[in-house]
Design a protein around this ligand. Structure first.
Ligand SMILES: NCc1[nH]cc(CCC(=O)O)c1CC(=O)O
Length: 307
């Protein structure tokens, strides 16, 4: 019998994801027991500021990483969306699970589809990525800050604070709230965040036994797509302060990827897309990034990072 201690945040979605990994491990390896080690991160603590202003990379993962480095936990379960491209010395990504629905979800109690919204709609989101894409389509929309976990955000919608909110479809599906999704937004309308819908498992690089076990949960196709997306982000030095989106899909033996960088107010959005072979995932991500930079994304990013 071996015990695996799983570091996780305490939000209902984080706990669902950690319990999911625990169940998969126990299914695959009947002589393994798991235990959750619940932690609070800086991103959970600072709820009164827009994410873009809290700043810093790894806002939702640092404390979990510290726990593994100090030996309080063996693995950490993350939304890949929250995981910076660089890992601290001694830790690495050991597995990525099969991707859940990667789209953004339109959620509203008043309107059935994004296109039904009035021009001056009040829309809740704290993501500059979602904000910039919505503002391009609805320049007169009022974007209102919306932080907190999925349940908190839905409660604010139900209280009447917004005409609609945009959330990740994956979070709603995992929490059993698929029925709240009025429309899965086509990636051409709301291009998802890098890694959206994918769960990653991090552990100590030198922990051979754990690395071998986690290999059984790994989904190579998802990993390939997320690798391309993260290569784009690495080149752009993306964080949650900047409106960046990237989404790769495997079509047979080829990868298709789209990326964008925009101004928060939606006044400009640079877009790029391309195809490449499966063994060129990182090169494809970098190529999309270079194309965006050449179009003018470098100026947008420089201005935002300076703030
Ligand atoms: N920013 C928080 C966060 N991190 C991951 C998800 C969704 C789950 C996923 O992408 O796997 C969410 C909620 C949301 O964006 O609505």
């Amino acid at each position: 019998m071996k015990l695996i201690r799983i570091a996780t945040r305490k939000s209902p979605l984080a706990l669902w994801q950690a319990n999911h990994v625990a169940a998969l491990l126990e299914q695959h390896f009947p002589d393994i027991k798991t235990e959750l080690v619940q932690m609070t991160t800086k991103g959970d603590r600072i709820l009164d500021a827009p994410l873009a202003k809290v700043g810093g990379k790894g806002l939702f993962v640092k404390e979990l990483e510290q726990g593994m480095l100090e030996g309080e936990a063996d693995i950490a379960v993350h939304s890949m969306k929250d995981v910076p491209v660089e890992f601290p010395e001694g830790l690495h990504l050991a597995a990525i699970l099969q991707r859940e629905d990667p789209t953004d979800a339109f959620v509203s109690n008043r309107f059935d589809r994004l296109n039904d919204l009035p021009a001056n709609a009040r829309i809740g989101t704290s993501s500059l990525r979602r904000q910039c894409q919505i503002k391009q389509r609805f320049p007169d929309a009022e974007i209102l800050q919306l932080r907190g976990n999925v349940n908190t955000r839905l409660a604010k919608l139900d209280a009447g604070d917004f005409d609609a909110i945009i959330l990740a479809s994956a979070g709603l599906i995992r929490l059993g709230m698929k029925a709240r999704i009025k429309e899965r937004l086509d990636p051409a309308i709301s291009l998802p965040a890098i890694g959206q819908g994918a769960i990653g498992i991090e552990c100590r690089s030198n922990d051979e036994q754990i690395n071998a076990l986690l290999g059984a949960l790994h989904d190579a196709d998802t990993a390939l797509c997320v690798k391309a997306e993260r290569a784009m982000n690495a080149r752009l030095q993306g964080g949650c302060q900047v409106p960046i989106a990237g989404f790769a899909e495997k079509h047979g033996e080829r990868l298709f990827m789209r990326g964008l960088v925009g101004a928060p107010d939606g006044s400009v959005i640079y877009r790029s897309e391309g195809w490449d072979d499966l063994d060129q995932a990182e090169a494809l991500g970098r190529k999309i990034a270079e194309d965006l930079l050449a179009q003018g994304a470098d100026r947008i990013l420089a201005a935002l990072y300076q703030e």
